[in-house]
Structure formats: C-alpha cells, structure tokens
Write a protein that binds this ligand. Structure first.
Ligand code: NDP
Ligand code: 0GV
Length: 294
C-alpha cells in the first residue's frame, strides 16, 4: 500500500470514529419521553424554551426561577404541549437551602431524576468592570455555587438513573470578553468545576454524563436589551438553542457548541492565535453604543 493510501485509510478511519463517537444525528425526541427533568431559570429565555421542548417530548418537568406568575404560565403551556407532568417552585438561587429544596422537590414529585438542566443566571451589567468585587461574589453564588449545590444534592438520584447534568455556559466562559468581567468569571468557574467532575466520574466509572454548553449570542429579551447596538453579530434563535442543549444532554455529549460557527470555530484560534481572536472579538463591538449602567 502506498503512503498516500495509508494516510487516506487512516483519515477515513478517524472521520468514521468521530462520526460514531459524536453520536451525530442519533437523537430521537422519544429519548426524553417519561424522563424526569429539572430546568432552572425557566421563567423566560432559553430555559422557558427548553421547558416547551421537553413538554412536547412528553417529559415530567419541574421548573424554577424567582417570578411565580411567569412560572405558572410556563407550566400551563407545558401541560397543553403534552408534558407527562409539569410543576414549578419559585425562589432565588443566591440561597443554597433553596437550591437543595428544588432537587428535593423533584425527588418528592417524581421519585427520581434523569436530567438536571442548570441554566439560570443572576442579573449583571454589560459594561466596563466597576471594581465591585461583592457583585462578583454574589454572582458566583447564583451562577456557580447553586449549580454545584444542586448537582451534589441530585447525584444519588442521577447515579441510579445513569442520568445527565447539563450546564449552560457561554462563549464568554471560554474566552475573556469586554464588558462581561463578573459574568465571565462565573462561567469560567463552571468549566473548572464541571470538567474536573466529569473526569472524576470517568475515573470512578460513575455513569452520570456532564454536558457543558458553550453558547453564542441568543435572541432572548434580556440579552437583546442588554447588548443590542454594541454587539454587531446577529443573535441566534432561542428555540433552536434550547433544542440543541437538550439533544446534547440526551446524547451525553461532553460539550455543546451553539451556534457552531460562532463558538467552536473561533475557539480553534484561542490557544494558537489568541491575539488574532481578540482582534476579531473587538471588531464585533461598537463601544459608542454602550448604554448607561443601570
Ligand atoms: N442570551 C444569550 O445571549 C446567552 C445566554 N447564555 C446562557 O443561557 C442561559 C439562559 O440565558 P437567557 O435565557 O438569555 O436568560 P434570561 O434572562 O432570559 O433568563 C434567566 C432566568 O434565570 C432566572 N433568574 C434570574 N435571577 C435568578 C435568581 N437570583 N435565582 C433564580 N433564578 C434567577 C430568571 O427568572 P426570574 O427573574 O424570574 O428569577 C430567568 O428565568 C444562561 O446560563 C446564560 O448565561 C449563554 C450565552 C449567550
Ligand atoms: C467570535 C466573537 C465575535 C464572539 C463574540 C460573542 C459575544 C458578543 C457574545 C457571546 C456570549 C454573549 C453574552 C452571554 O453569554 C450572556 C449574556 C447574559 C445576558 O443576560 C446579557 C448578554 C450577555 C452578556 C451576552 C452578550 C454577548 C456575548 C458576550
């Protein structure tokens, strides 16, 4: 066999292995039928859309956020869409007792748990870092420590079900960006916690998958209101984003990239051409449109 043929065979084998390993297109909505799922931050945005997808797939759903009126409406719509059952529990994730309570409520309602989708974030500003370290600490509580607390609390149930932990992060959790200092701090921390945990699960043969979702700019009200004008890149649809996150969790993927071209491709540059990537990012910002801090 010539060298060229050997290289071609090796390349085909690598591509085939990647195709099989990545489970490309193996997703079926029926995978979520009857599954017991908790979704945090589901009163609006991507979390709300995930609840609707899960409802259509026939899951048992428990959603949470602070605003009871909104949760109630989302639950009503979930029931109409075909959820096996749908419940809500209101509260704030700066309180770790509440974070544990949500998981215990799942246990009480469903008698187990298949998927824990961690998606909520606390309010932050989109502007130059103002030096307020207390805000960073508070955001770490909401965006990171509550995620860790809920995962610890849910682990016995997830071990029994060979379940999934799905963590919604961001491109800003892989690359430092202007105007997101407190937010990026928390999203990078999620990568550290959950990627290390995933490795320990692998080492200990714990059959609980951990999916970290690296998400680009999405057209949720809060994001558009915060960054429109400043960010030149168009926002991707929240409905599709929500579905990709659920698919990634069900397929037990390590990471989800959405949109692929706005996350995975720029990340190729991160370690090899970081300054080029920084310039690309800056070209996407129009600082003259920066809004006054609220
Ligand atoms: N939109 C985007 O461009 C991007 C979003 N992401 C990630 O996607 C996820 C969802 O974002 P998105 O849908 O835009 O956000 P939204 O602002 O639409 O939703 C945030 C959710 O979190 C809840 N929440 C806010 N504060 C608290 C709190 N203290 N305790 C408990 N819940 C709280 C909100 O409800 P309530 O106010 O009622 O509590 C709401 O349900 C986040 O993890 C975000 O980092 C990642 C990349 C880009
Ligand atoms: C290759 C580059 C051009 C990519 C640049 C991507 C930038 C512009 C994208 C990627 C992730 C995005 C932020 C995000 O993750 C979540 C939030 C929280 C929300 O409440 C307010 C908006 C905010 C800060 C988004 C702002 C826009 C960000 C920085």
């Amino acid at each position: 066999m010539s060298l060229l043929s050997k290289v071609s065979v090796a390349l085909i084998a690598i591509l085939l292995a990647y195709y099989l390993y990545s489970g490309y297109d193996a997703f079926e909505p029926s995978m979520l039928k009857g599954k017991k799922v908790i979704v945090t931050g589901a009163s609006s945005g991507i979390g709300e859309q995930m609840a609707y997808h899960l409802a259509q797939m026939g899951s048992h759903i428990l959603i949470t956020a602070r605003t009871e009126e909104k949760l109630k409406k989302v639950v009503e719509k979930c029931v109409k869409l075909g959820a096996a059952s749908a419940y809500y529990i209101p509260g704030s994730m700066d309180n770790m007792t509440f974070a544990k309570q949500v998981v215990q409520e799942g246990k009480r309602l469903f008698g187990g748990l298949d998927m824990l989708i961690l998606n909520h974030i606390g309010y932050t500003y989109f502007n130059y870092f103002d030096g307020d370290v207390d805000h960073v600490r508070n955001l770490l509580e909401i965006n990171v420590l509550s995620y860790a607390t809920m995962t610890v609390e849910a682990l016995p149930m997830l071990k029994k079900s060979n379940g999934n932990v799905v963590v919604v992060s961001s491109f800003a959790g892989k690359v430092g960006l202007p105007f997101t200092v407190p937010y990026s701090t928390t999203k990078f921390a999620l990568d550290g916690f959950f990627s290390s945990l995933r490795m320990e699960f692998k080492q200990q043969k714990t059959n609980v998958s951990v999916t970290l979702c690296v998400i680009s700019y999405i057209d949720t009200d809060s994001a558009v209101n915060t960054v429109s004008g400043v960010i030149q890149q168009p926002a991707a649809p929240k409905e599709e984003c929500a579905l990709e996150i659920i698919k990634g969790g069900a397929l037990r993927k390590r990471e989800v990239y959405y949109q692929y071209q706005a996350t995975k491709i720029p990340l190729l540059l991160r370690d090899w051409a970081p300054e080029f990537l920084e310039n690309l990012v800056l070209m996407n910002y129009d600082v003259t449109k920066l809004k006054q801090k609220q």
